[in-house]
Write a protein that binds this ligand. Structure first.
Ligand SMILES: *Cc1c(COP(=O)(O)O)cnc(C)c1O
Length: 385
């Protein structure tokens, strides 16, 4: 038996453990309650709700009339694939900036769709080298688009999308951004960064439930994309033109997810939009890093590279530290953390996003302290100081 006495878990409003993961996340009770109705997909109320959701998402990116949100049923990757395969023409070539699993996934999507790529890869704890990016753009005129991940969730690093966008614009390239884990918490102005498209999903910083991805597209790029798609379901141009004609999805929409997203956006506004949500997550991130550091853990990233989304910590270098036991003990105490996905270091991750605040972060730190004590790893704080 791993524990001598039973523990009382720290639980969310619904009695579930808190998800300190990169999504799905802990959502509010009111977001979940919004799903207690059935909606017909052609119901006028539902059509109006969907329309307002799409407009609000575009506004978060400050898109104005130049941009339009095209939703894609499915998880975030469905929207990334829809963006890449719809907006990059068959004879296009994409400079893919890779410093983690999501950059690699984009490359894989493009390979399957037979789009040519040039990859600039850096270590998981390093942003792209902008000088190299520029020299690739300068010597490879056949590149049509640049793809970047905003917050690379593999490590939690914040990539410099504004600088990348400026380079793409200088060399006349389209710019495609996977902002999945940052959208809504880290400011991103579509026009200022010169984005052709930005993709994100319902279940990360907007704090909705999983099931809807979306791509905020520059209208001109979308209009020019007819005939590019490699699949029917992920054809953004077709999805968009159908909305223009009928206001409706081509295929069954995840109605409950969209109504919950509508509620989540209301709560997002009440919190003060990107500024308010970003401030709560930054505080979560600060409390987490300070507390974990005091307990002897070392974050992977330098402070200036860390996005306030998810933090990667090195495993403790102590033979008594057993990650599986640590993970299970935290779960038992009400917190689900996330194993690492890095190649550069043995690590694990703790998320700062979702319906959680300082109180939950401090309770999670208490649970971490208890687990270290129960494994006999206590005293590491003195060692680390
Ligand atoms: C979560 C995430 C995705 C999408 O993942 P899904 O599992 O398909 O929802 C894509 N890119 C990044 C950076 C992410 O964090």
């Amino acid at each position: 038996m791993p524990h001598s006495k039973p523990v009382t878990p720290f639980a969310s409003e619904t009695g579930d453990p808190f998800l300190l993961t990169p999504g799905p996340l802990t959502t509010s009770r009111t977001v979940k309650a919004a799903m207690l109705h059935d909606w017909g997909s052609r119901d006028a109320n539902f059509v109006a709700i969907n329309k307002s959701v799409l407009a609000q998402l575009r506004d978060i990116a400050n898109g104005g009339d130049e941009y339009v949100t095209v939703p894609v049923q499915g998880s975030g990757t469905f929207a990334v694939e829809a963006m890449l395969t719809s907006l990059v023409p068959r004879d296009g070539k994409v400079l893919v900036l890779v410093n983690g699993a999501y950059g690699l996934r984009a490359k894989r999507i493009l390979d399957i769709a037979r789009r040519k790529t040039v990859v600039h890869q850096t270590a998981e704890d390093a942003p792209p080298d902008l000088k190299k990016v520029e020299s690739i753009l300068k010597r490879t005129p056949s590149i049509t688009h640049v793809f970047a991940v905003h917050c690379e969730t593999t490590s939690g690093i914040l990539n410099p999308v504004a600088n990348i966008g400026a380079l793409a614009a200088r060399y006349g390239k389209g710019f495609l951004i996977d902002s999945m884990s940052a959208f809504g918490a880290v400011p991103l102005d579509a026009r200022a960064v010169g984005a052709d498209a930005i993709t994100a999903s319902s279940n990360k910083c907007i704090e909705g439930v999983p099931g809807l991805g979306f791509v905020i597209c520059r209208r001109a790029a979308l209009e020019a994309s007819q005939g590019n798609a490699t699949t029917l379901v992920l054809d953004l141009h077709d999805q968009w033109s159908n909305f223009e004609k009928t206001g409706q999805y081509r295929f069954t929409p995840p109605t409950h997810v969209i109504v919950a997203l509508h509620q989540a956006l209301r709560e997002f506004d009440e919190e003060g939009g990107v500024a308010g949500r970003g401030a709560r997550y930054r505080n979560n991130c600060r409390v987490l890093i300070e507390g974990m550091t005091a307990l002897g853990f070392r974050p992977l990233l330098a402070v200036d590279l860390q996005a306030p989304i998810i933090v990667t910590f090195h495993m403790l270098d102590d033979p008594r530290f057993d990650f599986q036991r640590f993970y299970d003990g935290l779960k038992e105490r009400g917190f689900v953390i996330y194993p690492g996905k890095l190649t550069v270091a043995d690590s694990f991750r703790i998320g700062c996003i979702g319906r959680i605040g300082e109180r939950e972060m401090r309770a999670a730190l208490d649970a971490v302290r208890e687990m270290l004590q129960s494994m006999g790893v206590a005293g590491t704080s003195a060692q680390a100081a």
